[in-house]
Design a protein around this ligand. Sequence first.
Ligand code: AMP
Ligand code: GLY
Length: 424
Amino acid sequence: MNILIIGSGGREHALAWKIAQSPRCEKLYALPGNPGMEEIAECLTGLSIEDNEAVVRMAKEKSIDLAVIGPEVPLMNGLADALEAAGISAFGPSQKAAAIEGSKAFAKDIMKKYGIPTAKYQTFSEAATAKKYIAEEGAPIVVKADGLAAGKGVIVAATLEEALAAVDDIFGGAFGAAGAKVVIEEFMQGEEASLLAFTDGKTALPMLSSQDHKRAYDGDKGPNTGGMGTYAPAPVMTAKMTQEATEKILQPIIAAMAKEGRPFKGCLYAGLMITEEGPKVVEFNARFGDPETQVVLPLLKSDLVEIMLACAEGNLDKQKIEWEDGAAVCVVLASGGYPGKYVKGYPIEGLTAAKEAAMLVFHAGTKRQGAEIVTAGGRVLGVVAKAKDIPSAVNKAYVGVSLIKFKDVHYRHDIAHLAMKKRG
Ligand code: AMP
Ligand code: GLY
């Protein structure tokens, strides 16, 4: 069949890499894709992934049988609905279901209504009442802009002053329309983990767990980023914890979304806090995680296309998903200055050697410029290694990292530090 991947990041490169291995995949397209995907997919240009009509027209022209939507914005724009209306199977939720990521207030309300464990919260549409609530609750406390803010609309406030200032910032327009409402949440203590699940709207099958590193610098310091590296599986997610999260979180939210007339199909991403009282939801995303996908998919033994078709067609209960025993680690190489200002256009060297040493190099922010590949974004590459356990995968990944050169490269040196500490 003809398969189309929508998006251009490391997550989409990882999806393309796994999909290309499926015997079901005859021809793979990427819109717009990136230079790393060129070996396995035909990259299409000339239209925006935010223009539903143009994407549907192009998908028809290329006789696409299955479209896999990577990023949240096209999902929120209803691209899955538009493709399905044109008779094209889409992997990704409808616009109504994607609200679970698009509105934190919606996500919190549905969790509360159906008793899904998450931090206590209240939603506000004006500053005075929000501040009064903060004063009553005390610090630490978490202040969140309701809408999509590219991961930046969350302020974990250690003091009352910080929390009150965050309310002013959000209502003052720091996050644009995403800040029309503010959600204020209880601070949860614990270790975080990402649990992604395949779902057809009725059944939820968890993938291997993983852990992201959101802060820019070693030791979990510095500003929040899109994610500086990941590893899978996460030791904190024992088999028992995964089962508890599946029973108390994944299955109930899928049932709740169906009951509310918003059946969720695709990949549901549960960001979890493992607290003393068990797993609680930090956030839901309506898509694969980036860079979680880069470590989860290399450990998937089963055919990803078969699973995606089962999600689109509603027969996931008949699928058996198999995983490899080892571990995978992804180290993100970013442009110096990211997540703040950075310069683009630096030539990248050592890609082939790094791939040979580690296993995979997924492109995220790269561009072809003549014969060269140059930096073209904040997160540039993800070097991924797979090995029998996390320490071996860490070593292998960093050998790969050491072989890549571009000006002002920045990466964390301590990916998987929590897992390594647990091993003593
Ligand atoms: P989010 O964008 O909702 O995932 O939040 C970004 C980060 O803020 C999370 O990965 C957590 O580290 C932190 N965070 C969000 N909500 C809470 C909470 N209620 N308690 C503690 N930390 C939180
Ligand atoms: N790695 C975090 C995310 O994909 O939202």
